[in-house]
Design a protein around this ligand. Structure first.
Ligand SMILES: Cc1cc2nc3c(=O)[nH]c(=O)nc-3n(C[C@H](O)[C@H](O)[C@H](O)COP(=O)(O)O)c2cc1C
Length: 467
């Protein structure tokens, strides 16, 4: 789950309890750089970096970012150059090492499986991220938010120490094949690039059509599918057909969005269901539909091991306990154009006043999209950046309204808020699934703090968690 919510601590706890723990692969480079600037409490990232197999990389990263006593709270985090097609080798090193470190820590001291989750839409860091995760022996790569047809082949290539390539989606580009990203393990690992175990690949889809395209047209083997329904936390697939909004301004999902599980079963791949499946009854319903299991988000997002700050978690949990929580599926909030679920909480970006007060700027840039400039070169723009800059780059005025800075909001959720140039800290932007009933049940069973193991026991029964 997005940007550090499902960090290594949560993924490890889930794995140790016998399930597949998944780390979020988004923005791990910035998360590593900022944790090091906070003094790396517990020394976890330094321990992981010490095991990074390519000489010199960890040392350079520590030199650049590690502050033994942590940075002063009135000093901003050090800016990192935004990714581009011409990013430096050092920028790439940071991505590989950060993904390595997160998976290394999630896998440390046990032998169970760990997955990593990426969004297809965020393309620039994809190849070095996957390579870093594979260097740490990741067992499963999961990817949604697009059609990640090329990723299974990428896994094959990296496993064999071969160069992998993906095509960059460039708006307005006539010949998209000319915009290609590549990563060569032999260049990255001077001497001999190791052959690596090929992780399984699970595609995240929200319809039988997408699942079927993934199963039939991918560049190599797809090993499983996660079928995510529209109540799931984070980004959602838009409704099929033209976007219609209901009376609350939320995307209106109808008959055409009902998943054809019969068609999915016929694909012959194991599949898991996601979106309000965090109860024993829902698990049973999923199994009746042919699923081998379920993917759970929201109940884990608020557990002890999740990366959301304790303060923010406690505020959200108080609302959930009182039954006055509300999650709004915002069709505009995300610069990606995908609907994004926003947990409404005072003093966060869910409040119009806080959102409008924010000085617009784009200093993380993960959700920017590529466009072709008049000279054929690739440019980058985000509707969350200053309006005049976005328009100058050819962005359309109608794309701007209501767009929030999801990147900065998500990092603020996990205690890594940047200070804007004015000195004001970025505010959180909390996301969760629509269904918080399992969280409410856990709070009434366990109190205001519950663990990942409590979540699993709640769904599977006390005997089902691994020793
Ligand atoms: C806080 C939060 C962040 C999430 N971030 C991501 C993400 O980055 N990528 C992704 O594929 N799914 C993400 N999800 C979706 C979960 O992986 C999962 O599919 C979903 O939460 C399941 O539905 P549930 O929330 O009703 O349990 C996120 C969910 C939550 C609650």
């Amino acid at each position: 789950m997005g940007a550090g919510v499902s960090g290594w601590k949560l993924a490890r706890a889930v794995s140790r309890a016998g399930q597949l723990g998944v780390v979020a692969g988004t923005a791990l480079d910035v998360i590593l750089a900022r944790r090091l600037q906070q003094g790396d409490p517990g020394g976890h990232f330094r321990r992981a970096l010490a095991r990074f197999p390519v000489p010199g990389v960890a040392e350079r990263i520590l030199d650049q970012f590690f502050l033994p006593h942590g940075k002063d709270s009135s000093t901003p985090f050090r800016a990192i150059p935004l990714l581009s097609t011409k990013s430096s080798g050092e920028r790439e090193d940071l991505i590989v090492a950060a993904n390595f470190a997160e998976v290394f820590l999630a896998k440390e001291n046990h032998t169970r499986l760990i997955g990593i989750n990426f969004l297809e839409k965020i393309q620039l860091p994809t190849l070095p991220s996957i390579y870093g995760a594979m260097l740490a022996g990741v067992d499963v790569v999961l990817m949604g938010a697009g059609l990640p047809l090329s990723i299974p082949g990428v896994l094959d290539n990296f496993a064999a120490a071969r160069t992998a390539r993906i095509t960059l989606d460039v708006r307005g580009s006539a010949k998209s094949s000319s915009h290609e990203l590549h990563f060569d393990p032999k260049e990255f690992c001077p001497g001999v690039a190791p052959t690596l175990r090929r992780p399984d690949f699970y595609a995240i889809a929200s319809s039988a059509i997408v699942a079927s395209v993934m199963a039939r047209k991918s560049t190599s083997q797809v090993d499983g599918l996660v079928i995510e329904e529209s109540s799931a936390g984070g980004h959602n697939a838009p409704p099929r057909g033209p976007m219609k909004l209901d009376a609350h301004g939320e995307p209106s999902y109808g008959e055409r969005d009902v998943v054809d599980y019969g068609a999915i079963e016929k694909l012959g791949l194991p599949f898991w269901l996601a979106g309000s499946y965090g109860t024993a009854d829902a698990l049973e319903r999923a199994q009746e539909l042919g699923a081998v299991g379920v993917q759970i988000g929201t109940p884990f997002a608020f557990c002890d091991e999740s990366g959301i700050t304790s303060r923010l978690k406690a505020r959200a949990l108080r609302r959930i306990r009182a039954g006055n929580d509300h999650v709004h599926t915002d069709p505009l909030a995300s610069p990606t154009g995908f609907p994004f679920k926003v947990f409404e909480l005072p003093n966060t970006m869910s409040e119009p006043g806080i959102f409008e007060r924010r000085e617009k700027l784009c200093d993380l840039g993960y959700l920017r999209h590529a466009y072709e400039k008049s000279d054929g070169r690739v440019g980058w723009r985000c509707p969350g950046e200053p309006t005049h800059v976005f328009l100058r780059k050819g962005g359309k005025p109608e794309e701007i309204s209501g767009r929030k800075c999801v990147c900065n909001g998500l990092l603020a959720n996990i205690g890594l808020a940047q200070l804007q140039p004015s000195g004001v800290a970025e505010e959180p932007l909390l996301t969760s699934g629509t269904d918080t009933s399992t969280v409410r049940a856990l709070v009434s069973e366990c109190g205001m703090r519950y663990s990942a193991e409590d979540v699993i026991e709640h769904i599977l029964g006390a005997t089902a968690t691994a020793p």
